[in-house]
Design a protein around this ligand. Structure first.
Ligand code: ZN
Ligand code: ZN
Length: 395
């Protein structure tokens, strides 16, 4: 494994802050305690900061030398999950857990803030530190952007890290183009007519209609979309009925559409509506479809991906991998729609540290020796963008 160029004191401080945040996880827009830790640390470093979007914090490190403006984003929120990691610093709040690594993201950005601030005499450009609430929902990126987080000063290129247990500790990775998926929620309500289980001919049974709807919706991915354009249709819940001998008058299904291609995404609602309404008609029932649009896919800027890979190769010993895209969602996409953006996967895989579980697992752990590599990566991005060596634009 390579050795991070970050001093042990900086890495140790990041680990201590990560544990402090980990013990008291907070859900979206409730991150008061976490935001206060961020502000306390920025004050201690001497970095100017302001509050945006309730619990969001924007910090600014101004280099002494002229240059471009880099944005670095870290999310701060936890998940509604009870921790079973067995870590000695486990969550002290039942039903809440940092199971996606956002505690590590916040701690690493504070570590990067310290190094950039200490080096500002030789630093080109400006770095905007974006501490974001509510990534897991309902979404803090857009409210931060609407509050001007990207405007003062205007950001030229923006990056984020996300811990990833597919990549070994000591490595990072990214690819150009779509690197995750848009995730849109939907709800189908099927209405029939209830009755006695012994007299189906006098009722309209919503249950077989729901069963047929579940199967028919899979046809979107299986038969309607170009197989080279990824789509996942998941039905997560089915709710309906009263008792074994009562015919159900109503069933509700909820699920998600995940897609990477915007044109594919734009067509999903109409395809699903045709199927849902068509199946209901065939069964003599009626059905409605409601879609709640979520975050768009993150599209990594190709120029930024290429120039940052080259920059890392010449300024760092950290190996840069090219991990496959995932079908997860991430509201960093909104930042990356407004400035060239790069979602960087941050390796935390370590069998010895038990850092092998995927995010959102109650057993999720982070190999903390990885934090030093994340801090080094964030500092490199800010330096490279500031100096004009790392820049966006299509190739
Ligand atoms: Zn997550
Ligand atoms: Zn996450």
């Amino acid at each position: 494994m390579s050795v991070a160029a970050v001093e042990p004191e900086v890495a140790d401080r990041a680990i201590a802050i990560r544990r402090e945040i980990h013990r008291f996880p907070e859900l979206g827009f409730e991150e008061e305690r976490t935001a206060a830790i961020v502000e306390r640390e920025l004050d201690a470093i001497g970095v100017e900061h302001r509050r945006v979007a309730k619990t969001g914090v924007v910090g600014i490190v101004r280099g002494a030398l002229p240059g471009k403006v880099a944005g670095l984003r870290a999310d701060m929120d936890a998940l509604p999950l009870t921790e079973r990691s067995g870590e000695p610093f486990s969550s002290e709040v039942p039903g809440k857990m940092h199971a996606c690594g956002h505690d590590a993201h916040t701690a690493m950005l504070l570590g990067a803030a310290r190094l950039l601030h200490d080096a500002r005499a030789s630093l080109h450009g400006t770095t905007v530190l974006l501490f974001q609430p509510a990534e897991e929902g309902p979404g803090g990126a857009l409210p931060m952007i609407e509050a001007g987080a990207m405007d003062d000063p205007p950001i030229d290129a923006v990056a984020m890290l996300h811990v990833d247990s597919r990549l070994e500790t000591g490595t990072i990775g990214f690819v150009a183009g779509a690197c995750n998926a848009a995730a849109d929620e939907f709800r189908v309500t099927i209405a029939g007519r209830g009755g006695h289980g012994a007299a189906p001919h006098l009722s309209i049974d919503a249950i077989p209609c729901a069963a047929a709807t579940v199967l028919a919706l899979q046809n979107i991915a299986a038969r309607e979309i170009d197989p080279l354009k990824t789509v996942v249709v998941t039905i997560g819940t089915i709710e309906g009925g009263y008792r074994n001998n009562i015919i159900a008058d109503r069933v509700t299904l909820t699920g998600t559409f995940r897609s990477q291609d915007q044109a594919v995404r734009d067509g999903l609602e109409a395809r699903a509506r045709r199927i849902v309404e068509g199946v209901a008609t065939a069964y003599g029932a009626t059905a409605t479809l409601e879609v709640i649009y979520g975050y768009p896919a993150v599209v990594n800027d190709s120029g930024l991906a290429r120039t940052f890979r080259a920059y890392m190769q010449s300024h760092s010993k950290i190996p840069v991998e090219s991990p496959a895209p995932t079908m997860g969602g991430e509201d960093f996409s909104y930042f990356a729609e407004r400035a060239p953006g790069l979602m960087i996967r941050h390796g935390i895989r370590s069998v010895a540290a038990g850092s092998i579980y995927p995010g959102h697992s109650p057993e999720f752990r982070v190999d903390e020796t990885a934090l030093a590599f994340g801090i080094e990566t964030l500092v490199a991005f800010a330096r490279g963008v500031g100096a004009g060596e790392v820049r966006g634009g299509s190739d």
